[in-house]
Design a protein around this ligand. Structure first.
Ligand code: PEP
Length: 253
């Protein structure tokens, strides 16, 4: 049985006051989060240290939204995997579609980032997903499989259990349009099969999250699918009640 994981991706939202308010509300109601569900928040990198302080003594995990593809040294503006580990991160989002499309990042950079994250003891949350055009052309599974295998090029079977994958169809991110349970399960099963071919039985240990307009109203149905092990949550993670309700949907789903 894989444990459910719900991770909130705050993206480039908020300020210090917002961070305090949101975490205050999450902590005040943390008893609503079932012990079986792991919950992570991924604030903008400048707030990681503050969030780590505020989360100390709670079961919430800290995640980053990005990591450098360079190990350390003269890379102005970059935040390295070992720095993220040093400030208390457990995981890091890699390959988000916004970084693919807006910042032109590619799979060879993702492969490097995943390698460095794993070496630093971080769990990479590697995002894959097709565009609307690719889905309409019947290429969703092939695109996701290709992105998956390219990004995981440097991962060994011994490291595989540390991976988290997030299926995030680009057309469902921030649009309010959620993929149907059938569409989600189909791609997750395809990703699981690719992971089996790549890592053998270790594949059964890898959590595959769904992301794309998850909200309290649809989380339970999605999290109950056989190959869905939780969610990567954007907009709804900025609203404490909504995020907590999504976390609750992880229980017995
Ligand atoms: C995301 O950006 O990872 C995401 C899933 O966003 P949203 O939940 O807002 O669609």
């Amino acid at each position: 049985m894989r444990q459910k994981l719900v991770a909130g991706n705050w993206k480039s939202n908020g300020n210090r006051q917002f961070v305090e308010q949101l975490l205050g509300a999450l902590k005040a109601h943390s008893d609503q989060v079932p012990a079986e569900v792991k919950v992570a928040v991924c604030p903008p990198s400048v707030y990681l240290t503050k969030v780590e302080e505020l989360l100390r003594g709670t079961a919430f995990l800290l995640g980053a939204q990005n990591v450098s593809a360079f190990e350390e040294g003269a890379y102005t503006g970059e935040v390295t995997a070992s720095m993220l580990k040093d400030v208390g991160c457990s995981l890091v989002i890699i390959g988000h579609s916004e970084r693919r499309s807006l910042l032109a990042e590619n799979e060879s950079q993702f492969a490097e980032k995943i390698k460095l994250a794993l070496n630093a003891g971080l769990q990479p949350v590697y995002c894959v997903g097709e565009s609307l055009d690719q889905r309409r052309q019947g290429q969703a599974q092939a695109v996701c499989r290709e992105q998956l295998l390219a990004g995981l090029a440097a991962v060994t079977s011994e490291q595989a259990a540390q991976l988290v994958i997030a299926y995030e169809p680009v057309w469902a991110i921030g649009t309010g349009e959620t993929a149907s349970p059938e569409q989600v399960q189909e791609v997750h099963a395809c990703l699981r099969q690719a992971l089996r071919e790549r890592f053998g039985e270790q594949a059964e240990l890898i959590q595959i999250l769904y992301g794309g307009s998850v909200k309290a109203a649809n989380a339970r149905e999605l999290f109950a699918l056989p190959d869905v092990d939780g969610g990567l949550i954007g907009g709804a993670s900025l609203v404490a009640d909504e995020f907590l309700a999504i976390c609750k949907a992880g229980i017995n789903a």
